[in-house]
Every structure is written in structure tokens, then in C-alpha cells.
Design a protein around this ligand. Structure first.
Ligand SMILES: [Zn+2]
Length: 310
């Protein structure tokens, strides 16, 4: 029998160290649609708590899950929400928190209309949630009734920029601007615990030159043993960043540009689902010279499962 759904059903977490946790917001298991889960970070200082990203917010339970389940009802500190970028699967729960921060290049009024559109988020037949939940209609109906409804405006955010330090008391998060996925995409780096919460900012998007610069910046700014969490792809290590750097350099030098069939397959399940629904997929097809880079990025992904604490 399926367990009954509640506002915490979409959340699970693991402890990373004394001060931090990785939260997973998940609507079901669909290996073809990586956005079926989104990783959020949680860091607790002596003065403040920070949550990194706030998910699709298919339920209104994120803040309560953090305070009741993870912090065991003991938290009296304000909770800041640090947004890696403004996309619907990262920003929809942000108004539950006491203050919000994001890079100014993400604070665009027109873009916010699209990023806070509830039809696109979860109400329409081809909403993101329908695909994230892999057509689990119990989950979809529950979320449509219980989703978090308060929408942010650009005025709700304080701007943050590359190099800014967010001091939580005894632990500090450094803002690392990694444009590519979006213009203002940022990573939050905890230099004390060697953890970086990266949203969708890692990887090979953009031109090979832009991907190279971004990955070189990661190499330069983070300690070599940093655990880098990709919001939809799991844990990355510096060896994988080195692999991407080497690949970008090869592509720029015109070496090893063969069309990798496996890499092209990476995007197929999503397209297939959209086609099955009769929805045209007009997303641009990747440039063939990008395929090898994409393959390195995808094969670098380390799959792992996150379990709820008993
Ligand atoms: Zn995302």
C-alpha cells in the first residue's frame, strides 16, 4: 500500500557535517527526468541558518521540515534563503524564509513572471511538476492542493555578488558567480567544511570557451577535496571538473570532436515524454561539437541515493 502523502513527503535529507545538511526535494523516481529531484543545502551557524535554494515547493512544508525534522524544534535563529538562480524548480519556496538573496542579474521583473507562473509550475497538464512526478497522479493532486502559494517579486531579494561573504556565525558562505546556466547563477562555498552548493551552475553549458572559464574558476576557488552538489545531478569531485577542463581544451583545439551517440541519448527521455503528450519540444538541439563535452559532464555524474532518517 502506498503511504499517505503529507507536506513532508517530498523531503529527505542527509547530514554532511556538524553544521550542514543536504535536503532532497523529490516528487518520484524518474531516471529520465533528473529534475524529478532538486538538492537544497542547509547550513547552521551560531547566529543564522541558511537554506540554499527553496525548490519547486509542491508542498508548503519546507521551512517546517527544516525546523521540526532537521533542527529538531530547537531553532530560534533567522533562516536566510540564498538562491543560486531564479528558476521555478529552485525559487518557488523562498518566501517561507526571513530574508532572500540572489545575484542582481537574476532579478528581472519580466523573467519573474515566467519563473513564478503557477500553470507552468504545477497546474497545467504539461506543468514541470507533472513530469517531475513522473505522472504519479496521487502526488500531482496532493501538490496541486497543498503547494506553497506565496510568490516572490524582485523587491523581495537583496543582491549578492561574486566574492561576497555571508557570515552565519562560526561558518561563512562565499558567493561564487558561475554564469552559464543563467546569467546570474551562483554557487555558495563553505570553505570551512569544503562543501559547495552549486544549483545548476556546473557543467558544460554555453560555448566551450565559457565552459572552460567557468570550470577553471571552480578549480581556482574551491579546495581540491570540495564536495560539490549539483542540484539535479548529485555529488561532483574536482577530478570530474579537471576532466571537463581537459575536454573543453581538446574541443577548443579541435581534437576528439566525434559525435558521441551515448551523449545524444542523454536528453532523449525528456523529449520522448513531451512528444508522447503531443507537446512540441522546441528547445535548441545541442551543437554537435558540444556532444563530447556533454558526454564528459554526464559520465562524470555519480549516482547516489538519499534516504530519510528513521
Ligand atoms: Zn534546476
Amino acid at each position: 500500500m502506498k503511504p499517505e502523502l503529507n507536506d513532508f513527503s517530498i523531503f529527505s535529507h542527509i547530514r554532511l557535517n556538524d553544521q550542514s545538511w543536504l535536503i532532497t526535494e523529490s516528487y518520484g523516481y524518474n531516471p529520465g527526468i533528473p529534475n524529478s529531484y532538486t538538492h537544497l543545502g542547509l547550513v547552521e551557524g551560531t547566529e543564522k541558518v541558511a537554506v540554499i535554494d527553496s525548490g519547486t515547493a509542491g508542498t508548503a512544508g519546507l521551512r517546517r521540515y527544516i525546523e521540526e525534522v532537521i533542527l529538531e524544534g530547537k531553532n530560534k535563529k533567522p533562516i536566510l534563503c540564498l538562491q543560486t538562480h531564479n528558476h521555478i524548480d529552485h525559487m518557488s519556496g523562498c518566501m517561507q524564509f526571513d530574508e532572500r538573496y540572489m545575484h542582481p542579474l537574476e532579478l528581472d521583473k519580466e523573467d519573474f513572471k515566467w519563473q513564478t507562473n503557477e500553470d507552468r509550475r504545477l497546474l497545467s497538464d504539461d506543468a514541470d511538476l507533472v513530469l517531475f512526478a513522473n505522472f504519479d497522479w496521487d502526488m500531482i493532486h496532493y501538490c496541486r492542493e497543498h503547494y506553497y502559494k506565496v510568490k516572490p517579486t524582485v523587491e523581495d531579494f537583496k543582491p549578492i555578488r561574486d566574492g561576497d561573504l555571508i557570515d552565519l556565525g562560526g561558518v561563512t558562505l562565499e558567493v561564487v558567480h558561475l554564469p552559464g546556466h543563467t546569467k546570474g547563477s551562483c554557487c555558495f562555498y563553505d570553505a570551512k567544511n569544503h562543501v559547495a552548493y552549486c544549483g545548476d551552475s556546473l557543467g558544460t553549458v554555453g560555448t566551450p570557451q565559457a565552459a572552460l572559464e567557468r570550470n577553471l574558476k571552480v578549480r581556482e576557488r574551491f579546495a581540491p577535496d570540495t564536495m560539490m552538489f549539483d542540484a539535479h545531478g548529485g555529488l561532483r569531485r574536482m577530478a570530474q571538473i579537471d576532466d571537463i577542463i581537459a575536454c573543453c581544451q581538446e574541443v577548443l583545439a579541435g581534437e576528439n570532436l566525434e559525435n558521441d551517440r551515448e551523449a545524444a541519448m542523454g536528453r532523449l527521455p525528456w523529449r520522448y515524454t513531451k512528444e508522447k503528450l503531443g507537446i512540441p519540444d522546441n528547445r535548441p538541439k545541442p551543437d554537435p561539437t558540444m556532444k563530447r563535452m556533454e558526454h564528459v559532464y554526464r559520465s562524470a555524474r555519480v549516482g547516489y541515493m538519499v534516504k530519510k532518517e528513521p
